[in-house]
Design a protein around this ligand. Structure first.
Ligand SMILES: [Zn+2]
Length: 277
């Protein structure tokens, strides 16, 4: 910890700053903050300049944060494979009072999802999970249930070697945790119970619609698809999908992704990229 730590009090900090004025160039004269540490999940990385990476991570004790991993694009770098999509890591970073981005000092892999990250088809599932998380998580807000959901989803994509069920489960619980999940058993428009009848949905309207209230462009979600929602109250690693449930699962996934787009007011880019074969 530095003597110029913010927590050391304004008097001491003022003195430290004053000291710097005399012997440091203008650009370096920023107040230093102590290094922070958190368990995190890597959401996204982008190349930054010639040698660095911009990293978006979701810290268990920090919430979603963006930072710069200096030198991460060099062949020999200190991050190894810890900055891969949805890697579970321990991360150390320094906040700067005058910048939005933190500086990542160190990142160590706690758990990697190598199989999923290396497989093109599986990585399209990881990418959509990460895009949804990036979209719904507010910056710097701790969200323990979302952290556990994200980790469970990545683990299950890796363990099962498929993303369809884990992605639908993730979308379902993202809507639930966000308070956005409409009832699946009644019409949002007239309130009628849907029973075994097919119901309809789209990205433009919230909730299920009965055949009488169906609007142009709405797609069906069968009773079997809606029933899967009931199954999703169990933990993901305890759920299995029978051969007859593949189509209902697809319908449910499309419905849930539509509603995430509705509530976040933007199309999900990675949705178009999903490798469905
Ligand atoms: Zn209706």
């Amino acid at each position: 910890m530095r003597a110029c730590d913010k927590k050391s009090g304004s008097h001491l900090r003022a003195r430290c700053d004053a000291q710097r004025v005399s012997d440091e160039p203008e650009s370096a004269r920023r107040p230093f903050m102590p290094a922070r540490e958190t368990e995190a999940i890597i959401l996204k990385t982008f190349p930054l300049g010639e040698a660095d990476r911009l990293v978006s991570f979701f810290g268990r004790t920090s919430g979603r944060i963006r930072g710069v991993a200096g030198g991460a694009r060099r062949i020999k770098n200190r991050y190894g494979s810890s900055l891969e999509l949805l890697s579970h890591v321990q991360i150390w970073y320094v906040e700067k009072e005058t910048r939005d981005l933190v500086r990542i000092q160190q990142c160590e892999l706690l758990e990697s999802f190598h199989k999923a990250q290396a497989d093109y088809g599986l990585s399209t599932g990881l990418a959509l999970v990460s895009e949804i998380a990036e979209r719904v998580l507010p910056e710097q807000e701790v969200a323990e249930p979302m952290f556990r959901l994200l980790l469970l989803t990545a683990r299950e994509i890796e363990r099962r070697g498929e993303w369809k069920l884990p992605l639908a489960y993730f979308a379902f619980w993202t809507l639930k945790l966000g308070g956005w999940m409409p009832p699946l058993d009644r019409c949002m428009n007239c309130g009628k119970r849907l029973g075994d009848a097919p119901a309809f949905q789209s990205a433009l309207f919230d909730g299920m619609h009965c055949a009488d209230c169906r609007k142009v462009g709405m797609k069906p979600l069968s009773a079997a698809g809606r029933e899967l929602g009931v199954k999703f109250s169990a933990k993901l690693d305890e759920i299995s999908i029978g051969p007859g449930e593949k189509e209902p699962l697809l319908e449910l996934r499309e419905t849930l992704l539509n509603w995430i787009e509705l509530h976040t007011e933007r199309k999900l880019f990675a949705r178009e990229m999903l490798e469905t074969n």
